[in-house]
Design a protein around this ligand. Structure first.
Ligand SMILES: Cc1cc2nc3c(=O)[nH]c(=O)nc-3n(C[C@H](O)[C@H](O)[C@H](O)COP(=O)(O)OP(=O)(O)OC[C@H]3O[C@@H](n4cnc5c(N)ncnc54)[C@H](O)[C@@H]3O)c2cc1C
Length: 297
C-alpha cells in the first residue's frame, strides 16, 4: 500500500489556501471530500504519484439552498443529505435524483459528496447522470477566478472532466424546473450494489397540449467515453404526443447516439438493446410521475 506521507495531508480552512495548494502541487495534488472514490484509487495502487491529499471538509462548502432560480447544492453536501431534501422526496421534476440516490449503499451515501461524485467523472455512477439530465451546472473556483461549467460540457472522457488542475467544484446548481416537468432514472446492474451496465436519466417537460416541449436523455455505463446525451432521442421527442408510441420511437433513436463497449458485464449488443429498453421505461416512469401528480404542475 503506497499512501502519501501524512505530512502531505492538508486541511485548508480558507479557499485561498486550497487554491494555493492546488497551484503548488498541480497534477500531484488530490482533493479528498468523502474519500470513497479516493480510497478505491489507493486500494488499486493508483495514488503513487500523488504528493498532497487535500481535505476540503473544513471549507464550509456543504448545504442546500433554494431560491427562485433553482437549487444550489454545496460541493460537500453528502448524498444522504441530498436524498433527504424535500424537493427530492416530493417534486416529480427531481424524480431522477430520487431514483438515482437509492442506488449507492447507505455507507457511501453518508460520506460521499455531490462534488466528489461529479469530479470522479465515472460514467458507471448513477447520481451524476441524474444531475446531468436536470441541466446541472458545476460552479467552479480556482486561481483564475470563478466560472460555471454546464454538466453538458463538464464530462470530457472516462475519469476526465473540464476542471483545470488549480480548480475545484464549490457547488452545483440545478435550474428551477418548468411547469409540467418530470424526470426518472433507471439502472441495469448484474446484482445489487453493482456498477451500472447501463443507466438512463430522462427529463420531460410537456406543453399545455400534452406534447413534449423539452427533454433530456442521458445514458451512462459503458456507452461512450463518459455520459452520453442522446440528442437523437431528444429530437424524436420534440413536439410529439407523450405516450407509448412516441417513447418507443425516441428510445429506438438512442442507438444513433451511443457506442457501447463489450466487457465482462455485458456485450456491445446487449448494452445497445438495453439502452433502448431502459430509455423507454424511464420515459414512461417520468410520465407516470407527472400523471400521478406532484408539486410543480
Ligand atoms: C462501494 C461503492 C459503491 C458505490 N455505488 C454507487 C452507486 O450505486 N451509484 C452511484 O451513483 N455511485 C456509487 N458509488 C460512487 C459514489 O457515489 C462516489 O464514490 C462518491 O459520491 C464520491 O464522492 P466522495 O465525496 O467520496 O469523493 P472523493 O472520493 O472524496 O473524491 C472523488 C474524486 O473527486 C475529486 N473531488 C472531490 N470533491 C471535489 C471538489 N469539490 N472539487 C474538485 N474535485 C473534487 C477527488 O480529488 C477525487 O478525484 C459507489 C462507490 C463505492 C465506493
Amino acid at each position: 500500500m503506497t499512501l502519501p506521507d501524512l505530512s502531505d495531508y492538508f486541511v485548508p480552512t480558507q479557499e485561498s489556501e486550497l487554491i494555493d495548494l492546488l497551484g503548488r502541487f498541480g497534477e500531484r495534488a488530490m482533493i479528498v471530500a468523502g474519500g470513497t472514490f479516493v480510497h478505491g484509487l489507493e486500494a488499486r495502487g493508483l495514488l503513487s504519484e500523488v504528493e498532497a491529499l487535500i481535505d476540503i471538509g473544513r471549507l464550509g462548502l456543504g448545504g442546500i439552498s433554494q431560491d427562485a432560480a433553482g437549487v444550489t447544492l454545496g460541493a460537500t453536501t453528502t448524498l444522504a443529505e441530498l436524498r433527504r431534501a424535500d424537493f427530492v422526496q416530493t417534486d416529480p421534476a427531481f424524480g431522477a435524483l430520487q431514483d438515482a440516490l437509492d442506488y449507492p449503499p447507505v455507507q457511501i451515501r453518508n460520506v460521499g459528496t455531490v462534488g466528489g461524485c461529479l469530479a470522479a467523472s465515472a460514467p458507471l455512477y448513477d447520481v451524476p447522470a441524474a444531475l446531468f439530465a436536470l441541466d446541472g451546472t458545476a460552479c467552479v473556483r480556482g486561481a483564475g477566478g470563478a466560472r460555471d461549467i454546464p454538466l453538458n460540457e463538464f464530462f470530457v472522457g472516462l475519469f476526465e472532466n473540464a476542471l483545470r488542475t488549480d480548480e475545484f467544484i464549490a457547488a452545483v446548481t440545478l435550474p428551477k424546473p418548468a411547469a409540467r416537468t418530470a424526470s426518472a432514472f433507471l439502472k441495469l446492474e448484474t446484482n445489487a450494489n453493482d456498477l451500472a451496465i447501463i443507466n438512463v436519466a430522462v427529463r420531460i417537460t410537456l406543453g399545455e397540449n400534452g406534447r413534449c416541449a423539452d427533454s433530456r436523455v442521458v445514458i451512462g455505463g459503458g456507452v461512450g467515453e463518459c455520459y452520453v446525451r442522446a440528442g437523437s432521442a431528444e429530437a424524436a421527442l420534440e413536439g410529439g404526443k407523450a405516450g407509448g408510441e412516441l417513447f418507443a420511437t425516441a428510445a429506438a433513436a438512442v442507438a444513433h447516439d451511443i457506442e457501447p463497449v463489450t466487457d465482462q458485464r455485458g456485450s456491445e449488443a446487449y448494452r445497445r438493446h438495453m439502452a433502448i429498453v431502459y430509455t423507454r421505461r424511464a420515459l414512461e416512469r417520468a410520465l407516470g410521475r407527472m400523471v400521478t401528480g406532484g408539486t410543480n404542475g
